[in-house]
Design a binder for this molecule. Structure first.
Ligand code: PFF
Length: 486
């Protein structure tokens, strides 16, 4: 089962596609996209998001897959192999730091999913459904949070240990279709709740978030653009080495432009579907209880683990079934993303060792990577979203509401999603567009493809991507550090 001293590969294109879609479809789709869409302009946001996905997301996705497949390496070695300039080589390391930091909180959230599956199952059996108070109780119990995080990491470790085709591909081949079916079940249930249409209006009607009282003030154009850009990057798993890594495992004969388009479309569809499931349910339940709409939590961990748990609680005994299905769905999404992050970090060390002619043991590398992530994740778990007095703002006595010091999850998120990701993507597009030049990857992109996407891709990677990413970086720095530039 354990592959020693050799890189793995996907067994089929559909296996690759489901794995790449699995990497993209994650917590970002379920709690990030619908909320940001509603808050930032509804349908207008969707159009901006789609435009960015076409001109930037697709271009970077294709660039990463091509980079990985051409060099046959994960991020660090791929950059080294493709660029002669020392100044660009270190970008690969950004694509290692970012997934590593993301995993320190993704694993904690994955652990929460496991716990919520358990309490919904218990509620189903005993007839006493837990409500949103279980969230606070879990957050303030550091040992519980650490225990479930460790369990999540062990599951991911075992899947990665199975290898690329035997573990990652196998999991996604079953997990992704299952996730889709479960999502449809939850959508049907959510839409049949009274007041569900208010949630749909929040998501789709331009400006309804303000008109309907969900938020006080409409965000500015700049902030909408940056929110859409940041969300798109995180959601498509870009600039984290994941797609470079998966590209390096893909057969030379497969069509990269077509695969990139499918991944972008599938991820966006699942994000919208997730919104159709969670937002109407959360809004309907809040209104039914007389909660002012502005006070209903529609984003972040509290949407998933507090607001929605109340929805399942209020359904009575049957809520246990929907609750269990829902949290299994979220757990699959979290695992399929986490295993790509772990793979992106681990493959670097496997590649480096084999490039130097050293013996590498995949199991050993995976174990060490997972262990280091787990140790750091203990801090995030014990912090309980700032509930337990060990958040950066408490330790360093900072009197600020800025995200980076609010709690350890936000701290890790700031440096990974906020800084490393847009910076890495901007530098990568500059490197491909201006240093090695898009033509260097034409062969790779063209293999198995005879269409006209190459010109479009070069234009995007040279001009549009660096400008948009620079802008996203500025706005993210401003918002994560509370600088108020925009
Ligand atoms: N795309 C994942 C999500 O939407 O939750 C997060 C993610 C996974 C980001 C893998 C980056 C990555 F490499």
């Amino acid at each position: 089962m354990v592959e020693e001293n050799k890189r793995g590969s996907f067994g089929s294109n559909i296996g690759f596609l489901l794995s790449a879609i699995g990497s993209a479809v994650g917590l970002g789709n379920i709690w990030g996209f619908p909320y940001k869409m509603g808050k930032s302009g509804g349908f207008t946001f969707l159009l901006v998001y789609l435009a960015l996905a076409v001109f930037v997301g697709f271009a970077i996705m294709l660039g990463e897959l091509a980079l990985g497949r051409k060099t046959g390496y994960g991020p660090v070695n791929a950059y080294k192999a493709i660029t002669q300039k020392k100044g660009f080589r270190w970008i690969g390391w950004l694509a290692i730091v970012a997934p590593f930091l993301i995993m320190t909180f993704y694993s904690v959230l994955g652990g929460y999913c496991i716990y919520y599956i358990a309490i919904n199952l218990i509620g189903l059996c005993t007839g006493t459904m837990p409500d949103s108070s279980s969230f606070g109780a879990m957050l303030t119990n550091p040992w519980l949070s650490i225990g479930i995080m460790v369990l999540f990491m062990v599951i991911c470790f075992l899947i990665n240990l199975g290898g690329v085709d035997g573990g990652i591909e196998k999991f996604n081949k079953i997990g992704m279709p299952a996730l889709f079916v479960m999502l449809v079940i939850i959508i049907v249930r959510a839409w049949t709740l009274p007041h569900a249409s208010e949630g749909l209006k929040f998501m789709f009607v331009p400006g309804y978030a303000v008109k309907g009282g969900f938020i006080e003030e409409a965000p500015g154009v700049m902030s909408v653009l940056a929110t859409a850009g940041g969300q798109m990057f995180f959601s498509l798993s870009l600039a984290m080495g994941a797609m470079i890594t998966y590209g390096s495992y893909l057969d030379k004969g497969e069509n990269l432009p077509k695969n990139s388009v499918i991944i972008v479309i599938a991820d966006t569809i699942v994000a919208i579907m997730a919104g159709l499931a969670v937002i109407p349910a959360a809004v309907a339940n809040g209104i039914a209880k007389g909660i002012p709409v502005g006070d209903i939590k529609l984003g972040g961990p509290s949407l998933l683990f507090a607001t929605l748990q109340d929805v399942f609680h209020d359904m009575g005994a049957i809520g246990g079934i929907f609750g269990t299905i829902f949290y299994i769905l979220v757990l699959i999404a979290a695992i399929s993303s986490a295993i790509s992050l772990i793979e992106a970090v681990s493959v670097t060390f496997i590649d480096r060792a084999s490039a130097k002619g050293h013996e590498t043991n995949r199991a050993k590398v995976l174990a060490i990577v997972c262990l280091v992530i787990t140790v750091l994740a203990c801090l995030v778990a014990a912090d309980g979203l700032g509930s337990n007095g060990i958040a950066p703002k408490d330790i360093f006595h900072i009197d600020s509401k800025a995200d980076w010091c609010a709690d350890w999850l936000d701290f890790m998120d700031t440096w990974s999603e906020g800084i490393a990701m847009p910076l890495g993507a901007m530098l990568m597009s500059i490197m491909i567009g201006w240093q090695i030049k898009p033509k260097a990857l034409y062969d790779e992109i063209g293999s198995g493809y005879k269409g006209k996407a190459l010109g479009f891709w070069s234009f995007c990677i040279k001009f549009i991507c660096p400008i948009v990413m620079f802008f996203v970086l500025l706005v993210q720095v401003s918002s994560f550090f509370g600088l108020g530039w925009f």
